[in-house]
Design a protein around this ligand. Structure first.
Ligand SMILES: O=C(C[C@H]1NCCC[C@H]1O)Cn1cnc2c(c1=O)CCCC2
Ligand SMILES: [Mg+2]
Length: 508
């Protein structure tokens, strides 16, 4: 088929936005860093929302909605939470022609919006656990070059904020949520991720520890933080912050206080951008069936000026009938009976939109009571008997989903390089791979790695993504690599005793 013009491996950034435009996923907007989410991408966000809402409902998390404005007094409650981030905060300073008494911030995240009310609502340990989530938009005036879905000044996400009596409960929930995030990527979006914990330098400064799922974009060789689940510890509940405490149910004197243990977790529309980057090809978008709003497109073929009216009608009716019966077995099918467009035009159209499976029906197919199936991910063509289409199509869609994931996971894992000698680090990054190193986990060492691994000349424009290696995560599953021998295995970067294998790489 004709390519969409810009090749993925030639001009990745141009290819990416071109795919999004041609697939009608997004449109540009006249405020820099903001984009329009058109139905073709918004429907993917809705699949993720429906799936995630069902899972957190089972965990007795309740959805709520808090205001998008936050006063500067509350936002800056505690310096170390907000420091370093404040350049990204957008402020409302005027309404109509009159200035506001006090500027009001637009939420960049909702800890400071919600936690004064957690303090108000949580009075007794019987009010725990408090588990609220909200689906909303947040605004961060990012300075780096914006990219649709990946880095935008407004984005949609869910942010969960929970409070527990004990650390153990919080620790458990952090991992339960991270597992849901892994499933969103791996089972819905067919995108492989590696769950792990962030280093002290990379964690959310306001929290106790950050767990993460790390994605990887092979085309650029960059890691990408795909979702985060933080344990905040008691950092936000302590007296100097939001003073959220209950009587200690285990204190016989009845005088003891317990400051609550909190978590916060977020997954954003970045999910969609990562899926496009991983699966898209030079024909455009490639959608995993689980999130495609049209999974099967049925196209009448072989109809020419010479085709008799009854034959044309028979073919169109068959397409419509197949679409209806596939829908009746839960397949999102559609017959493209548009007049005035050639089959080839229609093929290209739906390939650009990433529809996972096409069924072609022409006079010959009708005669043989079959349809020619064409997979979007591999282009493989295979005739399918109409008789058992209701079984073969769902099965084929499952195969496509599984194959898309497997291919992406094999690619990701092929880019993980064990690096035990410092001189191999930069070549690994230049090879668009991730350096997995035995690492000492010391913050000073991480600072050192970042600057030693940056290319000699940092790119002039500090808005460009950096070239230095950051720690991406310390994988929970260390079994992929040889055991670290305490006191024997040394940190690749500084020679001190290594603690765990850690993924280092360039990132978004
Ligand atoms: O947002 C979080 C922590 C947490 N927020 C809720 C969802 C999960 C997790 O992202 C970290 N963070 C990131 N970015 C910013 C802030 C910030 O707190 C505050 C000010 C502006 C930019
Ligand atoms: Mg940020």
């Amino acid at each position: 088929q004709i390519a969409i013009g810009i090749k993925k491996e030639v001009d990745f950034a141009g290819w990416y936005t071109n795919v999004l435009i041609k697939a009608e996923m997004m449109d540009y907007y006249n405020v820099s860093g903001c984009y329009i989410l058109r139905p073709w991408s918004y429907s993917i966000w809705e699949v993720i929302q429906d799936w995630f809402n069902a899972r957190i409902r089972e965990m007795e998390v309740q959805n709520a909605y808090f205001p998008m404005f936050v006063s500067s007094k509350v936002l800056e409650r505690e310096k170390d939470h907000i420091e370093g981030f404040s350049p990204e905060v957008a402020w409302v300073t005027r309404a109509g022609n009159s200035d506001l008494e006090e500027p009001i911030a637009v939420r960049p995240t909702s800890e400071t919006v919600m936690y004064p009310y957690y303090a108000k609502w949580i009075k007794s340990h019987r009010d725990l656990p408090l588990k609220l989530n909200q689906w909303n938009n947040v605004v961060r005036w990012e300075f780096k070059n914006p990219q649709p879905f990946l880095r935008t000044r407004e984005f949609l996400w869910q942010e969960g904020h929970t409070a527990f009596l004990t650390k153990a409960e919080a620790d458990t929930e952090v991992r339960e949520i991270l597992e849901l995030y892994r499933q969103v990527y791996e089972d819905l979006l067919a995108v492989p991720v590696i769950p792990g914990i962030k280093s002290e330098k990379e964690k959310f400064a306001g929290g106790l520890y950050t767990t993460t799922i790390e994605g990887f974009v092979p085309t650029t060789g960059r890691g990408i933080q795909a979702g985060t689940s933080h344990c905040l510890g008691q950092n936000f509940s302590r007296p100097e912050m939001f003073n959220i405490f209950v009587e200690d149910p285990n204190d016989p004197t009845g005088q003891g206080k317990v400051y609550v243990w909190q978590n916060s977790w977020g997954l954003s529309t970045r999910t969609i951008g990562v899926m496009v980057m991983i699966h898209g090809d030079n024909q455009g978008l490639v959608l995993p069936p689980r999130v495609a709003s049209i999974q099967v497109i049925i196209v009448p073929c072989g109809i020419t000026a010479k085709t008799s009216d009854e034959s044309r009608k028979a073919i169109n009716d068959k397409c419509e009938e197949l679409s209806k019966s596939l829908k009746s077995v839960g397949v999102k099918a559609k017959a493209d009976l548009r007049e005035g467009y050639t089959p080839g035009f229609k093929f290209n159209d739906w390939e650009q939109k990433g529809v996972p499976l096409r069924l072609e029906i022409g006079p010959a197919d009708l005669a043989k009571q079959q349809t020619l199936s064409v997979r979007r991910d591999t282009g493989t063509k295979a005739p399918l008997p109409l008789a058992d289409l209701m079984a073969s199509v769902p099965k084929l869609l499952d195969t496509i989903q599984a194959d898309m994931f497997k291919r992406a996971q094999d690619t990701y894992f092929s880019r993980l390089r064990e690096v035990t000698r410092w001189e191999d680090v930069v070549p690994t990054l230049e090879d668009k791979c991730v350096a997995v190193m035995p690492w000492c986990e010391e913050e000073a060492c991480e600072d050192d790695i970042k600057e030693r691994s940056a290319r000699a000349a940092e790119p002039q424009d500090e808005r460009a993504p950096s070239a230095g290696a950051k720690s991406l995560c310390i994988p929970f599953d260390q079994s992929k690599w040889p055991p670290i021998e305490p006191g024997k295995t040394k940190c690749t970067a500084c020679g001190k005793d290594a603690k765990r294998w850690t993924m280092f790489g360039r990132s978004y």
